[in-house]
Design a binder for this molecule. Structure first.
Ligand code: NOS
Length: 530
């Protein structure tokens, strides 16, 4: 055999092996061949990605010592936003956002601005502020009823009685110059609601430690968000900013742990059904606005994944499950599913709740409703820990999707089940990296899941805390960390986000048709870049 024949035989085998391996990926199951414009757009994207890898990601940046594509998000963000790939991805029609906690969906700076509009908001602290304890001495916010309004002048002068409420505007205005004055107040509050690079990558570097900081951000924002007059505006801003990022449908997890939010009168008296009424009204208004603007395809709507936190008792869970059923019966079009949230490594595993969870199925039959489980599971570095074992219970309980599933790839049988039954994993790359499950995107197990044919929806998780507003940042991190990723990966992920949503078949058909129209325009736009 001549050496050229041997060589060409080898090349054929090599190409066939690569093809067989890659053909497991979902985007390669597509029957339709790529259009000429798609091929061109794919080449353009790959070229720009390679150019930027060799230029902007190789340059010296004064405050970023070792930049690389897919690096730690909080450190690399200022480079990311200057790239052409980021600009292109920001225009992409992204389909659905399927894993997003409502408590962290509006930019923290904007939330604070909103709160400053309401004189009812008061703030207090539980130990005196010092320059040294500023980052850990957290503000607590609450909208008070008028009879409890105070005239306290300041949080920081010597006359402040620890633990008493100060009107938010007074607190801001009189914030001691030593702590930066009013702008210092803003920085203090924002720092309490977000995670900064020094925390994620320095002081709180492990999963357990960064979770403590992460959980504390919700304590601060909680008092601001759960005030009825602000809540509606909050949801409107969430929907509108998501739409501007190319998201056309949302399934958001709402944490119903607290049974009432604070009403306009400052009393804790707004029950869950009124939260849903507001949610419904706001999304109808946003849909109407899109229609008037001639952009109906841009927003199909939003649904709610009913959630509570995995530290309650099984008896308490019974109450929430009944509440969820009652809401589903009253608002069948709004409740998309049920989930338990909170740190899986520290809180209760699914098996702890097995009785109420099994009973929930029976109760649904009695009541004639269908509420799929959409469980967080395997958001962990553990191997065989409770958090990792949650994956078995999630699947046995019939979960429709898996939230995070970071440790799923360790379980060949579960990977097979997810592929065969079409259980999609809601992968939140930036969240996983900031919460220190992975040190950077190239180390994330996402390619392993995708190469095994597991369906994936990319999600942002808690963008107000992580600074990854919309879905563009998560798409960016994924796209620049893989050579396999191309235009069809992007399109496949977006399409799958709709495919694996809880929309019914007819709604999906329409949503996909709308997305395809927008996708064609998007491909034309990229193909036109030279
Ligand atoms: O990635 C996550 N995994 C589990 N729980 C989460 C995650 N992100 C947010 N929450 C939880 O949701 C509640 C806010 O509604 C918070 O308790 C927060 O811990």
């Amino acid at each position: 055999m001549s050496s050229t024949t041997a060589l060409s035989g080898y090349r054929d085998k090599r190409a066939a092996l690569i093809l067989r391996d890659r053909s497991l990926r979902r985007e390669n199951l597509r029957v339709k061949a790529l259009t000429l414009n798609e091929i061109k757009a794919d080449e353009i994207l790959r070229r720009i990605r390679a150019d930027e890898e060799a230029t902007i990601w190789k340059e010296e940046h004064p405050s970023i010592p070792h930049p690389f594509p897919g690096m730690e998000f909080l450190t690399g963000k200022s480079i990311i936003v200057r790239t052409k790939i980021f600009e292109i991805l920001s225009k992409m029609p992204k389909g659905a956002l399927l894993h997003a906690h409502l408590d962290a969906m509006v930019n923290a700076e904007f939330l604070l601005k909103l709160a400053l509009k309401y004189p009812a908001f008061h703030v207090r602290i539980h130990q005196p502020l010092t320059v040294a304890n500023l980052p850990t001495n957290l503000p607590e916010f609450r909208a008070l009823s008028e009879d409890l309004f105070t005239h306290s002048a300041s949080l920081t002068d010597s006359g402040y009685a620890i633990g008493t409420w100060v009107p938010i505007r007074n607190a801001r205005q009189s914030f001691n110059a030593e702590f930066g004055g009013p702008e210092g107040f803003d920085r203090w509050v924002l720092a309490a609601m977000t995670i900064n690079p020094a925390e994620a990558y320095g002081t709180h570097k492990t999963v357990a430690k960064i979770w403590q900081k992460f959980a504390s951000t919700f304590i601060t924002s909680d008092g601001l968000i759960h005030f009825q007059p602000l809540f509606a505006e909050y949801m409107r801003v969430f929907f509108l900013t998501a739409i501007e990022d190319g998201i056309s449908y949302i399934e958001t997890r709402i944490n119903f742990l607290r049974k009432f939010m604070v009403g306009a009168d400052g009393r804790e008296n707004v029950p869950h059904r009124e939260w849903l009424l507001m949610f419904d009204r706001v999304q109808s208004e946003v849909k109407m606005k899109m229609k008037i603007d001639g952009r109906e395809d841009a927003f199909i709507g939003a649904k709610i994944i009913y959630s509570t936190i995995r530290f309650i008792t099984p008896e308490e869970l019974e109450w929430y499950l009944e509440d969820c059923i009652a809401l589903k019966k009253e608002f069948p079009h709004l409740i998309a599913g049920f989930d338990l949230v909170g740190d899986e490594n520290a809180l209760k595993p699914l098996i702890y709740y097995i009785e109420p969870l099994l009973h929930f199925r029976e109760r649904q039959k009695d009541e004639g409703v269908d509420i799929p489980f959409l469980f967080h599971a395997g958001e962990t570095l553990g191997d065989g820990t409770d958090a990792d074992v949650n994956l078995y219970d999630a699947i046995l309980l019939g979960t429709k999707r898996i939230g995070h599933g970071f440790s799923l790839i360790k379980h060949p049988e579960l990977v097979k089940i997810c592929r065969e039954r079409g259980i999609a994993v809601e992968v939140c790359p930036i969240s996983n990296e900031i919460l220190r499950l992975t040190s950077s995107m190239p180390m994330h197990p996402l390619p392993a899941l995708m190469n095994n044919g597991v369906p994936v929806a990319l999600c942002s998780d808690d963008p107000a805390v992580f600074g990854n507003m919309g879905l563009t940042f998560d798409y960016y991190q994924v796209f620049v960390s893989s050579e396999v990723c191309g235009l069809s990966t992007l399109g496949g992920l977006a399409r799958d986000s709709i495919e694996f949503s809880t929309l019914n078949n007819e709604e999906k058909r329409q949503a996909i048709a709308g997305w395809e129209r927008r996708w064609r325009d998007y491909v034309d736009y990229i193909a036109g870049l030279v």
